[in-house]
Design a protein around this ligand. Sequence first.
Ligand code: GMT
Length: 377
Amino acid sequence: MKKAIGILCYPSVGGSGVVATELGMKLADRGHDVHFITSSIPFRLTEYRPNITVHLVEVNQYSVFKYPPYDITLASKVAEVIDLFDLDIIHAHYAVPHAVCAELGRNMAKKKGVGVVTTLHGTDITVIGQDLEMQPAIRYGIESSDAVTAVSESLALETNITLNGQYAIEVIPNSIDESMYYPMRDERLKRHYGIEPDEIVVIHISNFRPVKRIDDTIAAFAIASKDRAMRLLLVGDGPEMGQTRRRAKELGIYDKIIFAGKQEHVAQLLAISDIHLLLSEKEAFGLVVLEAMAVGVPSVVSSAGGLPEVIQDGKTGFIVPTYDVKTAADRIGKLADDAALREELAEEGIRDTRRRFDSNQVVRAYELLYERVCAQY
Ligand code: GMT
């Protein structure tokens, strides 16, 4: 049945924002009324849909407050949107602050019986969850939600371990926009970056936070590229960028690296790549691995978090122990030397993306969850 759904998410670049926005667009395509309640227009909301409304949370900077009251303003906006648009459900992406604000907002609203669904994306548990000061807020966000989902089994398990809880967390994996990420190979961009036709391109895409272990990426590439014609395409920017450049110089591989900077659309960059690399120490899902897989680029990933739920070792890519730079280099070399193996893994990856991460199946899973939650009221 058609529902009015409020979505709380981080609108800026990042997997959780992408997942939430694309879910909202798919829900709108299926006839639901979707209301994004965020600090700015979600960057992936590129197409107009009459049944999507964005409600901006504008925080006033009163001189009496030392800190701008963002969370309270968000909760207040949630209450306003519930009453104005007769919302049935609020879907909060991240326990903190969004699930907490969703709960506060529904209590402030005049309309009662609004459901709250929370999706955990990782950082709220694996990073913020380690902060004991924040644990009561995370627990509150989870416990006050009518249903909680996690993007991987690993995250669901880690949530219960971290919070010492026994929460029933349903796993609904991430999916991608299949109209943006599909099997493609387009060598034209190579010329722009000065890449020779016979050079193997290894790509890493991230927000360059310490959790992504860029040092390991650089070190593994340095070993693998020693006697091979290879380039490393680094896409993204963040706090580790300075250290990455320094390390690349120390290892003598600076000239083999292309720094593409922060990019919103990475499909074209994946289309000139042969191997994708993600050696994070924590990763709830790794949306970029799925994007690479959909385009037809096999990944070498660490065994952290939910990555082994996305990649099947030896079948759709390679999984190496976290922090094991030598094994990562070995797998990169193996793929670099064997075009047929790359092709085999890529083909199986494309099939697996369609089999296990089909966006229609994922949206249907959320719809069924909304039905169940609404039936409680
Ligand atoms: O990876 C990040 O640092 C960004 C973060 C986010 O908020 O987008 O990503 C998290 O959510 C993504 C979407 O569910 C997952 O694919 C990422 O694995 C997860 N990041 C971590 O767990 C570190």
